[in-house]
Structures are given as structure tokens and as C-alpha cells.
Design a protein around this ligand. Sequence first.
Ligand SMILES: [Cu+2]
Length: 342
Amino acid sequence: MGIDPASKTVDIKQPLFNRRQLLQAGLLLGAAGGATIGLSQLWRSRGRSATVTIPPLPQEAMHHGSGISPLKILREFDYGTVTQENGRTVREFRVEAQTGELQLNKSTKFITWNLNGRVPGPTFRATEGDRIRVIFYNKAGHSHSLHFHGTHPAAMDGVKPVRNGNVFIYEFDAEPYGVHLYHCHVAPVTRHIGKGLYGMFIIDPPQPRPPADEMVLIMAGYDTNNDNKNELYAFNGLPHAYMHQPIPIQQNQLIRLYVLNLIEFDPVATFHLHANLFRVNPTGRLLEPSYETDVITMGTAERHILEFSFKETGKFMFHPHQDAIAEAGCMGYFDVISGLPS
Ligand SMILES: [Cu+2]
């Protein structure tokens, strides 16, 4: 993998995402691909057979002007490079901390500290019991780190800063299954998270959850004038992104949302879905959702799996029910497309 322990450098020129990872994320078929993307390949590889139908994405979704594409981030899962070592599965992830400018809206530019050039960082995904190896290369210009939620040894807790230009390799077992997160843990952490150094970490149970159109929604805030308050908010990095480009989903198909509240400064954020109810699986720690509602309340870093399907076609909003947060960017639409029988 090109690591020279003496110099503590790593060759990061190889592609961050290989063909297989993109296939697993269902993204290689392109924006103009047919209405049906066969995720059956993914499920067959896990010993299941099922097909999930993902409506075509708008052409511009793949080339967003701001440098990141929330529609792409939504369904993009990084399964790492898989090898077998001493009889067990090892998933190796490569992640690079960078500094870059993000156009948050027509009038606001924001300097981000980000991972692999995106906010939020990659959604790492593993199966419980895998060995996780994260090669973290800090090229952002400041000290940063990666602190993962879940369980691991103290030496892998990610609270020790990794200086600019250095590499640290985090290695631990993926447990327990559920929906977790990771973020930079260098002080002041609020600032390091607020500038974009965070992402989701999904650990699947040994027996996979039923097939569904799976998506990641991470709520975050932007303190654009350093007054310790958020002026803008976003799902998956860009304010109002899913208002401008609603998320196409299929009528009568199971949707599984991995939702995380990573808004700093505001103590809680709610999540509300219009014209429907969803089933809640707290922290993804259950094999089945446990209750049904249409609004949940999450403190910072709380996360859940939400499951639902829409019977009706049309555009339906989702947003925190604190309207000030929603109106400042944390708002979007599902665009329910007809086609699947109930
Ligand atoms: Cu940091």
C-alpha cells in the first residue's frame, strides 16, 4: 500500500474509489442510466437476491458547481479495499484531510477542512467483525485526527492530533453493528467539526438488513462569521441542496435513511417527514425498527435508522421542525416517482 514507516508518508495517488466500490454504491451506471439499477449484484455478493430500483438522477448531479454533490453523497458508500489476512476480512480505507473552499450559496463562500475533498467525509461501511484499517493522511495544513464512535482500544481513540503532513493508521474491529459517526477530535472540536471534518460510519449486522434504497442524511451547521452560532445549515454539505434537486425515490419501495445530527451550537435538532410516518431504529442497534412517528429529536451526534415508503407520488418535504434551522438551509424534498405496484 506504499507506506514507508521511516518517512511516515503514504502514496495517495491511487484512486480513492475503485470500480467495485462505485458499483456497490450503484453509481457507475450514470445519471442517464435506465430507471432500474441492479443492486442485485451487491445483494448476491452478500448471499441475498433482491433488486432495488433507483430512479435516474439529474445529469448535473454528478458535476455540481460547488465541488461536492449532495445527490451523489446520499447513496455513496465506501466499503474500502477488502483483503483476507490471517483468516479474517480486513477493510482498508484511505482518507485525506484537505482544506478547500465551498460555495454554500450565491453569496457565501466558506473555507472547509474536509476529507477526500467532500463535506461530509466518506461514508465508511463495514460488517460487524471486520477488521478496519483507516489510513489517514493529513494534508489540511493544521493538526487533525479521526475519532470513531463504536468500540476500540484507547490507542485508536483518535484524540491525539496528527500533524500536517503526517499519516496515522487507525486499526480496530468493527463493532457493534449500528449507525455510527466519526469526526476530528482536535480542540476546539466544535470548530473542527463545524468546518467539515466528520462523516458516517455504518456497521452492518452479520445478517444484512432487508434490501432497501439506502441513503445517508447528515445535518450540520455553518458558522460563517465565527460568532459561535450557525448562519447556515445543510443536509450533506450544501444548504438547500435537496430543495434545488429533490431526491428521486420510487413509490412503494422501502427507503432506509441513516440520519445523523451533527449540528454544533444548537443543542438539538428534530427531523420531520411530510405526509408519512417512519419507523425508528435508535442508533441502528436493533435488527428491526422499534416504533413509528413522523418527528424525532436528536441531540448532537445522535443518529438513527429511519424506514418508510411512500404510497403517493409527488414532492414531499423533510426538515427539522425548528423552522429557523430549516429555513436557513436544512430542508429538502423527496420526489416520489410512480412505477412500482403496491
Ligand atoms: Cu480537526
